[in-house]
Design a protein around this ligand. Structure first.
Ligand code: UDX
Length: 441
């Protein structure tokens, strides 16, 4: 009989995983402790913006016309326990307030609720990003006969569906052959389609995730450090990235210099990793991550200074600043630790009159930063602006008509915080275009 799957936590990770499991042919029950989310998902609606996810959900959520009916949602732990052969734990592990360490309270709460209801013989699979050592600790919470595995997730927001159905690799940390066999059964389709499966112990599986994100963060901060040097020396970091990226050992991806990384993962993951290494007495191994973090945070301050410079130096008081982009990356509505929103906020707090526009992130941005000005379109945001900041590289912004915008602004100066606009197009339309780590024309 086919395995029955449950998914605990229905954020970006859990909602996508649940829909993907249904797509792979399993009967799936998703659980969240927030009833409003369950209500939305049960109607085939997604509480966030993630391309392709709503379509995939609607294909499977029970009760929707034409759906496979394989996917249902609940708030009941008893129902979940009775249903599942394999339980995927996909809850959030944010940064603790005022500390580097990871907040494990959602994971701990999930395990505490799951332990008494999980059937004997069922397998619990952790997907959340956790400090190394957590799996060993959490396996103690589960009753005899209920086993644990750790299976980190590498999905990117904006590509969550694609990354879940066709992962670069699958990593499973297991303590028995049975757990490995069950997970091979769950992932039979992606494995058959060529996704390699790496089987490890618990600590290695946990470390794969944090080290992968640390490497990505380091790569971005490396190119941003080069941008600083390029600016000082008159070089062009975009050309530099292109040239070093042709070396296959380096690779062209994740070498986009700009205002740096943000989001719900990279910043908090490198901090939690440092905190955990400290607890393990291995803090020296990761001191470089402190530098990675500080290079990254410096980018935001640098953008604020470039904006000040563009306004003639001095105070932001009375200056109108248009900000294009609020999310931490395009194709997402996520504003968690968003560099764009941070820059907008810094300028606002220094007296600037900031107007933000983002294609999908407005509702979340308004919630996080209600005192900023918001406009309903890029054109409305730039109306009368003394400077325009391009801070999230949405396709919509690349396709803007610089001439049309130029007619609406007070002064046609654009600072490209993502090195994503075409300088020639903007300059030809009469704009002063300035990017990060590139020569001032
Ligand atoms: C990341 C990892 O990529 C993913 O594997 C993991 O599962 C979760 O964390 P995500 O946070 O969705 O995914 O976004 P990602 O595409 O990695 O971008 C992170 C940040 O880095 C964004 O703010 C992005 O703008 C920035 N970035 C990315 C750069 O500044 N330059 C780059 O070259 C690439």
């Amino acid at each position: 009989m086919a395995l029955k799957i449950t998914v605990i936590g229905t954020g970006y990770l859990g909602a996508t995983h649940a829909a993907a499991m249904a797509e792979l042919g399993f009967d799936v029950l998703g659980l969240d402790v927030v009833p409003e989310k369950i209500e939305l998902l049960s109607q085939g609606r997604v509480p966030m913006y993630e391309p392709g996810l709503e379509e995939l959900l609607r294909k499977h959520v029970a009760g929707i016309e034409g759906s496979s009916g394989r996917l249902r949602f609940t708030t009941s732990w008893e129902e979940l326990g009775a249903f599942g052969d394999v339980h995927f734990v996909c809850v959030n592990t944010p940064q603790k307030h005022g500390e580097y360490a990871c907040d494990m309270s959602y994971v701990d709460a999930a395990f505490a609720s799951l332990a008494p209801v999980a059937r004997e013989g069922s397998l619990v699979v952790g997907k959340s990003t956790v400090p190394v050592g957590s799996a060993a600790r959490l396996s103690e919470v589960l009753p005899e006969g209920v086993e644990l595995a750790w299976n980190p997730e590498f999905l990117r927001e904006g590509f969550a569906v694609q990354d879940t159905l066709h992962p670069d690799r699958l990593v499973v940390g297991v303590a028995s052959e049975r757990a490995e066999k069950l997970l091979r059964e769950v992932y039979a389709t992606p494995i058959a389609e060529g996704s390699p499966l790496v089987v490890t112990d618990f600590p290695t599986a946990e470390l794969v995730k944090t080290s992968a994100n640390s490497f990505l963060a380091t790569k971005i901060s490396f190119i941003n450090a080069m941008a600083e040097v390029c600016e000082a020396a008159g070089g062009d970091v975009v050309k530099l990235a292109e040239a070093i990226g042709y070396d296959e050992r380096i690779g062209a991806k994740f070498l986009r210099a700009g205002i740096g990384f943000g989001g719900g993962c990279l910043p908090k993951d490198i901090r939690a990793f440092m905190a955990r290494a400290g607890e393990l007495g291995a803090d020296q191994a990761l001191t470089f991550l402190r530098e990675v973090d500080s290079i990254n945070m410096r980018r935001r301050g640098h953008m604020v200074e470039l904006a000040r410079e563009a306004l003639g130096g001095g105070s932001f008081l009375g200056k109108r600043v248009a900000v294009l982009g609020a999310t931490f990356k395009p194709d997402s509505d996520d504003v968690r630790d968003s560099p764009a929103l941070n820059v907008a906020g810094q300028i606002h707090l220094q007296g600037g009159q900031v107007t933000v526009y983002d294609p999908k992130g407005m509702a979340n941005a308004r919630q996080v930063f209600p005192t900023l000005g918001y406009a309903e379109s890029a054109l409305d945001a730039v109306r009368g602006a003394d400077v325009v900041l391009h801070l999230t590289e949405w396709r919509e912004f690349r396709e803007l008509n610089p001439a049309e915008l130029g007619a609406a602004v007070g002064s046609a100066v654009i600072l490209d915080g993502r090195n994503a606009l075409d300088p020639v197009r903007w300059r030809e339309a009469g704009w002063t275009y300035r990017a990060m780590g590139r020569p001032v024309a």
